[in-house]
Design a protein around this ligand. Structure first.
Ligand SMILES: O=C(O)CCC(=O)C(=O)O
Ligand SMILES: [Fe+2]
Length: 345
């Protein structure tokens, strides 16, 4: 069983925190989805050029330095030259849309159970906020056949085959990125005790849907958060929405879609392993009036029992205590953004 499914089973959610709004019938925004402090949502200061996250070509001879610098300064970058073909990105997005365009009563057949990790439902961070998000999701870990059969009893194969193929490509790309990250930290793969088991750990694929919103200035697609595992790879559809927080004068910065590029986030576990040298990307998604935005996020990390130890350059003291992946995921499931400060030395 994977890290995430074990922890979610031990931290069940209330059913009211799992069922998304029926967006198709929502012609106005209900009170439950109006966020009080909303006026900055659409006005992220910057979106282009130097004032956005770096775009890194994996074929660039200086790729290691570029990745190291991006992880230190933004905790997020976009990759091109990654070898995942555009047609697969288009197919996975089309299948995600096919799912989210089903009527609400059909999607409800694959609803995530209270202690479950997979299926249709709200974002897992929902219980930490008093307002709901303008979002619905579908989580896959391992095979998605059972849930897909609930959605399309006779026509589930295309969806499943696409998700399997996409996860295979993401796993290979995540491993390639992980090796580049290690190089940029000047760490040998053999010095990471759980490095070999990365190949066997089960990742999660999260399909996200942000329907068109009649009043986008007053809602949030996804509330601010950091991702928990090592690295996240995101394919986003061709509409703005994702923003990353940059300390200092910039504040929230848009991550504009680039056709064929994939967004990579540093997650909490990589921040810990790098002894806080790499930033964990604090990000959110804002809503949109004109477009139905879809994204596909692949979360990559070591198996549950792996012991996380900050890897230290000479004379540096560890910023975080050592703990297992499972322990950290469980602290995060209970405390969300306070989790890192709770394990800080
Ligand atoms: O929709 C996006 O671009 C980001 C999704 C995300 O942050 C997540 O699934 O954790
Ligand atoms: Fe995220």
């Amino acid at each position: 069983m994977s890290t995430l499914s074990e922890v979610y089973r031990d931290n069940p959610l209330h059913p009211q925190h799992i069922i998304p709004l029926d967006f198709e019938s929502a012609h106005t925004v209900p009170e439950s989805h109006i966020w009080p402090e909303t006026n900055d949502f659409q006005h992220s200061g910057w979106s282009n050029g130097e004032l956005s996250i770096p775009v890194i070509d994996l074929m660039d001879p200086n790729v290691v330095e570029h990745i190291g610098h991006a992880c230190e300064t933004w905790g997020m970058f976009q990759v091109i030259g990654h070898g995942v073909c555009l047609s697969l990105l288009e197919e996975v997005e089309a299948e995600a849309r096919r799912l989210f365009e089903l009527p609400a009563r059909q999607k409800m057949k694959a609803l995530r159970s209270p202690g479950g990790a997979t299926g249709y439902g709200t974002a897992r961070i929902t219980p930490f906020f008093s307002k709901n998000m303008w979002h619905e999701g579908f989580t896959i870990m391992g095979s998605c056949v059972d849930h897909a059969k609930e959605l399309w009893p006779r026509n589930y194969k295309r969806f499943c085959d696409t998700m399997v193929e996409y996860q295979k490509k993401m796993k290979a790309l995540a491993y390639q990125l992980w090796l580049l990250v290690l190089k940029s930290l000047d760490i040998q793969e053999k010095d990471v005790t759980w490095a070999a088991s990365l190949q066997h750990s089960e990742a999660a694929l999260q399909l996200n849907s942000y329907p068109c919103c009649p009043d986008p200035d007053r809602v949030l697609g996804l509330a601010p958060h950091t991702d928990t595992l090592l690295l996240t790879i995101v394919h986003q559809s061709d509409s703005n929405g994702l923003q990353v927080f940059k300390d200092g004068v910039l504040g929230w910065v848009s991550v504009s879609p680039i056709a064929g590029a994939l967004v990579v986030n540093v997650g909490d576990l990589l921040h810990i392993v790098s002894n806080a040298r790499f930033l964990t990307a604090y990000h959110r998604v804002v809503a949109n009036q004109a477009c139905h935005r879809v994204s596909i996020a692949y979360f990559y990390g070591p198996p549950a029992e792996s012991e996380l130890v900050p890897i230290l350059p000479k004379l540096q003291a560890p910023c975080y205590r050592s703990l297992t992946v499972k322990e950290y995921v469980s602290v995060k499931a209970k405390h969300l953004e306070k989790a890192l400060s709770l394990i800080r030395i």
